[in-house]
Ligand binder design. Structure first.
Ligand SMILES: [Zn+2]
Ligand SMILES: [Zn+2]
Length: 532
């Protein structure tokens, strides 16, 4: 949920507007965006974006009403933002401004220069913001990749120049400060994938983040070299690969790409599938493929499935379950711990030190990371340069630079806003709590006892409701639920039935559809699965 406001006199800009994805306990919440209340005290004249990751651009549609001016970003970043808006929304499209590295734009009292950095996707920039009180450098997310896939290097020259002429404050990515040494180049995964391509007798199925465009390029190039076809499977990778191809950030030789629906027409040893679902998301491509429930792609014992992404903390269990399902299909599972099939996009300690050495700021503010990482980055900075003063700020802190120097001067409401994407409205914390118990639409809890091994329904399901209006019509509906649950469970595969996470999701989806269709109600459905 990265977002920062910079203001001076009448000028105010925002840097990035990201989202977070909710943990499973946040029922009915699709997205988390930063609290925007404190923005009302400024007249924000521009939104400046560092790169196209969701944790930096995901909240743009929600933040745009607070911005009275353009949105600046590199061509890929802007294309990814554009895909969040209606194609016919001319008003928004006119405000999206494409900038190139080393380009400068003036917004009120600020001049913003865009500086190329390397990260896990193309077209990422750091910002040098010239203010009346000095230059602020904001790194965005970065690592130092000296052999970038697209040949676009970190703009060391300009960063050093800025450092030489004096920088007031450096705001730098702290995500990987607790890793020693250097993170490594994106090309480092090529060796491991070469081994996979050499050894695989069947399909190669790779799950990754939809934004991992460098990784996609590596896979496409290897596929061409090993005479395989590439299919993108899952909405996120299909959309992003199309955008990247259109803009020239992903190059696929003629004849290499096939549609997901064509996968079955090719011998499996001739195919590579690039999929969504690296985090075990139940509706994404790989988790569906893993339980034999995908429209186009099936796994066979000779296939290899590669998880080419970081496990986001909290998702380990869901990912582990998907790996188990893949193994049950007989296919081989490969992940970061087995082969070097993933490399981080964030710089490790030595890269962060190098940035500090080049910029030599008067003030240093560690950003992007948990508080413990910010604190560690602060200690590292103190070792790099005794002359730099560290300001260790938390979300909501207001840092003021004036004649007396730099300091944390104030605090504004920060926190988070929970968004229910199905209604495009905000969900306050209290509303969410209400919803958990007695929401306007009601709460329906089907209690289902399933045999742990057999996956067979052990008892007639029970249904508990709260805040659900009971009248003749709804009571008749409730009476149908046990039958519906039996049908859902019987209709599920043994793997779905014996996986509490999957069967829960299936029951939830089926029951919500049932209520919507039959009554127009949208109660919150919270299945409880008892394994017997
Ligand atoms: Zn990023
Ligand atoms: Zn980030």
């Amino acid at each position: 949920m990265n977002m920062m406001a910079i203001a001076c006199g009448d000028t105010a800009i925002l840097v990035d507007a990201g989202v977070m994805f909710p943990e499973p306990e946040l029922l009915g919440v699709d997205l988390i965006i930063p609290d925007l209340r404190s923005l009302q005290q400024y007249r924000i004249q521009a939104l400046v974006l560092t790169h196209g990751h969701e944790d930096h651009i995901g909240a743009v549609p929600h933040v745009l009403p607070f911005v009275h001016g353009p949105v600046y970003g590199t061509p890929l970043t802007i294309a990814l933002v554009e895909s969040k808006f209606d194609e016919r929304d001319e008003e928004v499209r006119k405000r999206l401004v494409r900038v190139r590295p080393r380009e400068r734009v003036t917004v009120g009292a600020f001049t913003i220069e865009f500086l190329r950095v390397t990260h896990s996707m193309p077209d990422c920039v750091a910002l040098a913001i010239e203010t009346p009180h000095g230059v602020i450098v904001h790194t965005g997310d970065f690592k130092i990749d000296q052999t970038p896939i697209d040949g676009e290097h970190v703009d060391f020259h300009r960063i050093a120049q800025l450092g030489a002429s004096g920088v007031l404050a450096l705001f730098a990515d702290s995500t990987n400060i607790d890793r020693k040494g250097f993170t490594g180049s994106e090309v480092e995964v090529i060796d491991a994938f070469e081994e996979v391509f050499t050894g695989a007798d069947g399909k190669i199925v790779v799950a990754l983040f939809a934004s991992s465009l460098y990784r996609m390029q590596i896979l496409v190039d290897l596929a061409a070299q090993f005479d395989r076809r590439v299919a993108f499977v899952g909405r996120g990778v299909i959309e992003n690969s199309e955008i990247a191809q259109r803009l020239g950030y992903l190059r696929i030789p003629a004849g290499v790409q096939i549609r997901d629906s064509e996968v079955r027409n090719f011998p499996s040893q001739d195919v590579v599938c690039i999929c969504t679902g690296s985090q075990g998301e139940p509706q994404a491509a790989l988790p569906r493929i893993a339980i034999d429930d995908h429209r186009h792609v099936r796994l066979n014992p000779e296939d290899v499935v590669v998880f080419s992404a970081r496990e986001i903390p909290g998702n380990e269990k869901a990912i582990g379950r998907v790996m188990n399902h893949v193994a049950r299909r007989g296919a081989e599972v490969i992940y970061e711990g087995i082969k070097h099939v993933h490399v981080s996009g964030h710089g490790s300690e030595e890269e962060l030190k190098l940035m500090l050495s080049l910029v030599r700021p008067r003030y240093f503010v560690p950003i992007h990371g948990e508080y413990r990482q910010l604190a560690r980055h602060a200690r590292v900075a103190a070792r790099v340069s005794a002359g730099t003063q560290v300001l260790l700020a938390e979300n909501g802190d207001v840092i003021r630079f004036d004649a007396e120097g730099g300091r944390i001067a104030d605090k504004v409401p920060s926190g988070r806003i929970l968004i229910d994407g199905t209604r495009s409205g905000e969900v306050g914390d209290e509303v969410l709590r209400d919803r958990r118990h007695l929401s306007g639409d009601g709460l329906v809890v089907p209690v289902v006892a399933i045999g742990r091994q057999s996956g067979v329904l052990e008892e007639t399901p029970d249904v508990i409701t709260r805040g659900f209006v009971l009248d003749a019509r709804t009571e008749a509906l409730l009476k149908e639920i046990p039958g519906l649950l039996s049908a859902t469970i019987e209709g599920a595969s043994v793997e779905e039935r014996t996986d509490p996470g999957l069967i829960k999701e299936k029951i939830r989806v089926d029951l919500q559809r049932f209520f919507r269709k039959r009554s127009g109600l949208r109660p919150l459905v919270l299945p409880v699965i008892m394994e017997i």
